[in-house]
Write a protein of this length. Sequence first.
Lengths: 136, 137
Amino acid sequence: MDKIPILRMGAFLLVSIQVDLYDRLALNLEADLVQMVNKTSAKGVLIDISAVSIVDSFMGRIIGNIASMSKILDAQTVVVGMQPAVAITLIELGLPLKGVHTALDMEKGMRLLRSMIDDPEEDADEDQTIDDSITE
Amino acid sequence: MTLSLSKDTIKVSKEQDVVFLKNRVKETAVKIKMGLVNQTRLLTACSELVRNMMRYADGGMCLIEIVSSGRNNGVRLTFTDKGPGIPDIVAAMRDGFSTGKSLGLGLPGTKRLVNEFDIKSKVGEGTVVTILKWANG
């Protein structure tokens, strides 16, 4: 049985989907991911779909579900790396993926996630720099 | 006039067959030099229809054809199942209508993705859905 790995990085969970999803695999990912959000109290989920060439209504629904489920568990979801052809198909299919945050690549996705959750460490750093500039 | 150049029938009864079918459709689309966006549209449409066939009719057959009309080539897929049939096709073709638990985008969405779409169904006998996607356009 295939399994899509979920990696933990600080307060985030990273998922990179490298195979074309079939229904069972997508459903398992949904369940695993929500479990992991709960277990690790993650603040953000980043899903990389740059290797996925087809997203049909079922997969679209799963992505939407993951985002809404994570949201009520206090985690934000960002989908990154969607292929242009997939974006065209999703809209023509009638699935605008409302409520799902997207970014063009992993780096931008990370930045978006960081800006969405108020990372206390980062805030502390910022305060520090402001203090420094004042003392200087 | 539309000519059929090659024919290939694939039986779909298990989830693994779905993957095999999608690969075959992709190969066929690549063979006639279909553009990437149209390939994606065709494969997504195929994915929707094959799911319907698996969910409601427990599998069926898919005929893959390369068709030609003048200078344009295309791929035609015919999905035939012996499932329960669709009592109200007009309702089934409406966005948001579903007798299952899905979003109800499958059939109307598929129609928007392809160039030609035809559905015939008889309650108790089964359903035949035919789609055609031209390589260009």
